[in-house]
Design a protein around this ligand. Structure first.
Ligand SMILES: Cc1cc2nc3c(=O)[nH]c(=O)nc-3n(C[C@H](O)[C@H](O)[C@H](O)COP(=O)(O)OP(=O)(O)OC[C@H]3O[C@@H](n4cnc5c(N)ncnc54)[C@H](O)[C@@H]3O)c2cc1C
Length: 115
């Protein structure tokens, strides 16, 4: 391709969302991403409640919810043979009261002892 109306350098979250919005607005947009695949360690481990709200606004929330993921509504730590809740997301503003972890968004490893 030799010509485009809008060239986005970098297909990270910012570049991809901008490109999506531009394309939806009818702009001829091209994204140049230096990586050819997703086979690397991503920084993002969790998708936060405000990000879930944003995905809803973009019309992508339902599709995102279909991806393999673990939904965390509270954090508990082992205490004297039981579990103590040290944080809960129930009182957060917005529609989503959870953090999402999963293969699609990062590691679903054992960092969260009981969620
Ligand atoms: C250690 C760490 C942990 C984090 N954990 C989380 C988390 O759990 N949840 C969360 O929501 N956020 C997390 N973040 C923040 C999140 O990673 C950033 O907010 C987000 O990645 C920023 O997106 P971006 O598109 O601005 O930049 P980037 O994600 O850096 O994307 C830039 C893109 O541009 C490409 N690029 C760079 N140079 C060129 C070039 N010359 N030509 C073509 N392409 C190029 C890169 O390959 C990359 O794909 C974390 C950040 C760090 C540092």
């Amino acid at each position: 391709m030799e010509r485009t109306t809008c060239l986005v350098a970098g297909g990270g979250p910012a570049g991809i969302v901008f490109a999506l919005l531009a394309a939806r607005a009818g702009v001829d947009v091209t994204v140049l991403e230096k990586h050819a695949d997703f086979l690397r360690d991503f920084r993002g481990d969790t998708v936060h409640p405000t990000t879930l709200d944003l995905l809803d606004e973009l019309g992508l929330g339902e599709e995102f919810a279909k991806l393999p993921q673990r939904r965390v509504s509270a954090v508990q730590l082992p205490l004297r043979g039981s579990f103590a809740t040290v944080a809960t997301f129930e009182r957060l503003p917005g529609r989503h009261k959870i953090h999402c972890h999963g293969p699609a968004v990062g590691s679903a490893g054992p960092a969260h002892p009981r969620c």
